[in-house]
Design a protein around this ligand. Structure first.
Ligand code: NAP
Length: 296
């Protein structure tokens, strides 16, 4: 099967590496000849071009759009003249509602996708073949989605070693607001708050003493700013709802501490400890089959 990948960054490059490893014929489209050269040198692609028009020559059965979210719809529109009938197109954007319905209207063989995998580096140089292994990979079909297109993308997900999770775009966006987009904003606020310590000696001491607890809670806030901005701009309403709820929780904790209501604070922390067990981030397989709400 021939697959074309548009945008050879972290996600596009990682998909290219794994799919090539699995025997697919993979072609890349990058705006940058240096990226093409690197993708060819790393053996991620069998061929690479800088123009979308070159797709016609590759005649792929599937095209994966791996550009920043803002570019997905424009890239799909620009691709249309070069697609054969029934070419499956999918994207990897981290927000789905603004993409899926308009993209499906442009091209009925479109399937919205979002691999839940990443790291705090960008570009083809950061790409790795096993980025998706054992990770959830969300697909968000809508009523108009072609079932054969959905099946084809499911096959690709299995090939990169990920677990397909089906839901609809709105549910996806609400869920990722809680577990991905809110943590980025909370974590960035934590870093900003610590950095505002007025006594330079205390700040320096805090930096020296910072250990795994601080590293774990600050990691996502110290990531790539453009990705955080992308989440906030395109998932604004769900993120605002999550931020309001988070602020209410924080206020409650503040009041309990201010009022020295230690028993109640202990209850809050005990509940948090119990709830935390419900996020089995290290063994996702068991929960994936229990997620409902999709069209598939
Ligand atoms: P990335 O490493 O910066 O790669 C994005 C690639 O898109 C760039 O390397 C570039 O490829 C291309 N591109 C950039 N600006 C463009 C433009 N204006 N027009 C056309 N192409 C452009 O970023 P990434 O992390 O792979 O993210 C790509 C997508 O994956 C985003 O939609 C994001 O929501 C999604 N995603 C990211 C993560 C994550 O943790 N990083 C996780 C899941 C999903 P060329 O230079 O080759 O043209």
């Amino acid at each position: 099967m021939c697959i074309a990948i548009v945008g050879l960054g972290l996600i596009g490059g990682s998909l290219a590496l794994k799919l090539t490893e699995k025997g697919y014929s993979v072609w890349g489209i990058s705006r940058n000849p240096a990226t093409c050269k690197q993708a060819l040198e790393r053996g991620a692609v069998q061929g690479c071009g800088t123009e979308l028009a070159q797709l016609a020559r590759f005649d792929p059965q599937m095209v994966l759009i791996c550009t920043p979210l803002e570019q997905v719809l424009a890239t799909l529109a620009a691709l249309l003249p070069y697609l054969s009938a029934e070419t499956v197109v999918s994207d990897v954007g981290s927000v789905k509602q603004p993409i899926v319905a308009p993209a499906t209207e442009l091209w009925p063989w479109f399937v919205g996708g979002h691999p839940i995998a990443g790291k705090s580096l960008q570009g083809i140089q950061a790409a790795e073949a096993d980025l998706f292994r054992g990770r959830p990979y969300v697909l968000t079909p809508i009523a108009e989605t072609q079932p054969q297109a959905l099946d084809a993308v499911k096959e690709l997900i299995a090939a990169v070693g990920a677990e397909a999770v089906l839901t609809d775009p709105a549910r996806h966006d609400r869920a990722v607001a809680w577990i991905s987009h809110l943590p980025v904003m909370v974590s960035a606020s934590l870093i900003a708050a610590v950095s505002q310590e007025g006594d330079p000696a205390i700040l320096e001491l805090a930096r020296t003493l910072a250990s795994s607890g601080f590293r774990d809670t600050s990691r996502v806030g110290g990531g790539i700013p453009q990705l955080g901005l992308e989440m906030a701009r395109h998932n604004r309403q769900a993120l605002l709802t999550a931020l309001h709820s988070y602020q209410a929780q924080l206020r409650q904790i503040e009041q309990l501490i201010a009022g020295e209501r230690w028993d109640e604070l202990l209850l809050v922390l005990q509940r948090a400890q119990q709830e935390w067990q419900q996020f089995p981030v290290n063994h996702p397989r068991e929960i994936l089959h229990n997620l409902g709400g999709g069209n598939g």
